[in-house]
Design a protein around this ligand. Sequence first.
Ligand code: HEM
Length: 536
Amino acid sequence: MESYRSKAMELEHLLQTLPTVDPSNLLRWVLLVGSTFAGYLVVRHKGLWMLEIIIHTIVSLLNPGVLSRGKPISGPQWTVPNGQVIDKLLNGMAKSAEWKKYGPVYRIWAGHHPEIVITTPEDLKVFHSDSDKHGKPRFQNLGWFVGQVLGRCVGLLEGEEWKHRRTIFEPPFRHAASIARMDITESEAKKFVLNLGQLAAAEEVADDIGVNSSKNTPRKFTLHAVSAFMKFPFYLTAGVVYGDMSEAEEVELWDLAQKHMALLPYFVIGGPYRVAAGKYVDRKAFRKLDEFVNGWRECHERMVATRRAKGIRVPLVEYWEEYEAGKITLDELLHTMDEMLMANLDVTTHVLTWCITLIADHEDVQRELQEEIAANKSNLNEYLARNDTHLHRCFYESLRLRPLAVFSIGESAPSAKNFHGILVKPNTMVVVDVLAINVRNPFWGPDSESFNPSRFKTIKQSDLRYNLTVFGFGHRKCLGQHFGTHLIKAVVAHLFDQYEVLVTDGRKADGDYVIHKDSWVPMADVRVQLSKLSKD
Ligand code: HEM
C-alpha cells in the first residue's frame, strides 16, 4: 500500500501540478523542477515524511490560498496521497476534533489545491455575504475521475449556468410538488414499514420470539439498519423522476448503484485518478468507470424510449427534451440524475438511519413521538408537512448532530474574504466544519452534544441562519430538501407508529456508535430490534 501511495503521489505531482503552472513565471518553474528533483533524492534516502514536507512547501509556495498582507494561516501538513481529501471525506468526525487546534480558520489540501476551513458563525456570515456570486471549484478539487460521473451535475455548476439548469431540474422537487406527492410518499412508506418483517426473515430472523397468528409476520426481529432502509429513499426518489418502473428497470438501477459504489475509492485517492492519463496506470479502474458511465447512459436512453412509446410524460422525458433542444448537455442530464440518485443514495440512508437510531436510543423522545403520531393518525399527510411537530424537531436534531458531511461541499467567493484577520484569496475553495457550527458552537449551550429535539421549541428560525447547517447555505440549498424531509418523516412516522425500536448492536466501548466502513458519509453501523406495538 505504501509503495502504491507514493506512486500515486509522484504521479499526481508530475501529471497534475506541472500543467497548471504559469510558464511565464520562471521563478516558480525553477522552484518546481528543483524541488521535484530534491524530492526524488530525499524520498530515496529519507523516506515519505520528508517528501510530504517538500510537497507541502512547494504547494504552499505555488498557491497558499491566502494573501500575504493578512495574518498567516496554519493547518495540517500535506500528506500522501492526496493532501487531506481522504481524511476530510472519510474521517471527518475525528479530523474536525483534531484540526480545531489550528484555530478558527485553517488550511487543508486537496491535491495541490488549498482549501480554507471556517468554523464560526461570524465567518460563515462573512463568507455568505455574497453567496449568490459563489462559484464551485472544478470537480470539487477531486480530479478527472469524479468529473466523468458528476462533473456537470447541477450541484457543481456555477453562475448563470447553474441558475438555468436548476430551473430545469427543480420543478418535481419544489415544495408544492412535494406536498402534492405526499399521498404517494406516505402510502409507500406505510407499505415499506409493513414489509420490514419479511425483510428480516430474508436477513435471517435470529431472535424472532413470536409470530403474529393472523399473518405469520414476526412480532419481534432485528435488522441491520443501513441494509434494511437503504432502498426505500432510493426507489422513492427514482419514482419522482422516472415514474413507475418495471421490475427489470429496478434491478438494473440497483445493479448500477453497486457499480457506482465500487467507484468511490477512486474518487478520493487522487494520484492517477486525477487525470485522464491515469488510465495507463490503472486500466482496471478506468474500465470500471467506463462500464458504469456507459451503463448509466444506456439505462436512461431505454427508459426514455419506453416511456415515450407509452406516451407517458415523466420528469425524465421532460429533461430529455431539454437535452434534445440543446438547452442542456447529455452530461448535465446524466450527472444530475447521478447526483439525485447514486451520489444521494448514501445521503438519504444516512439521514434516515441516524434519525431512527437516535430516536430509538432516547426512550422519552420515542414515547413522545409515538403519542404525537397516534394523535395525528387521522390527518397524517398534513402532519408530515408541518414543521412545528416533535417529529420535525427529531429530524432536525438528528441532522444537527449527525451531518452527512462533516466538511461541507466547498464554494469559492469572487472577492477576498477576511476571516479573523486571515485574508483568503478570491476563488479559493472554502469549506465549513459543520460540527463546529452545529455542535461545538456556544449557541447550542452546554448540552450541545445531547440528542434533545425539544431544544428547537424555543429557538427562532431566524437565529438558526448561521448557527445550523442541514441543507446547505445561502443560494446553494439542496434541491431535494422538501421531498427528502417528507420521505424521511413518512418512514419514521410509520415505523414508530408500528414498532418499539431498540438499538441492539453497533456501539463502541466509549458509548459512541460504530460507523459504517463502506460509505463516503458517516452512517451508523447499527442493528435495530423492532417489537410490534400491541394496539387495541
Ligand atoms: C433528506 C436528506 C437530504 C439532505 C440532508 C441533503 C443535503 C444536501 C446538502 C447539504 C447539499 C449541498 C448544498 C451545497 O451545495 O452546499 C445538497 C445538495 C443537493 N441535493 Fe440534497 N439532501 C437530501 C436529500 C436530497 C434528495 C432526496 C435529492 C433528490 C433530488 C437531493 C438532491 C440534491 C441536489 C441536486 C443538490 C445540488 C443542489 C444545487 O447545488 O443546486 N437531495 N443536499
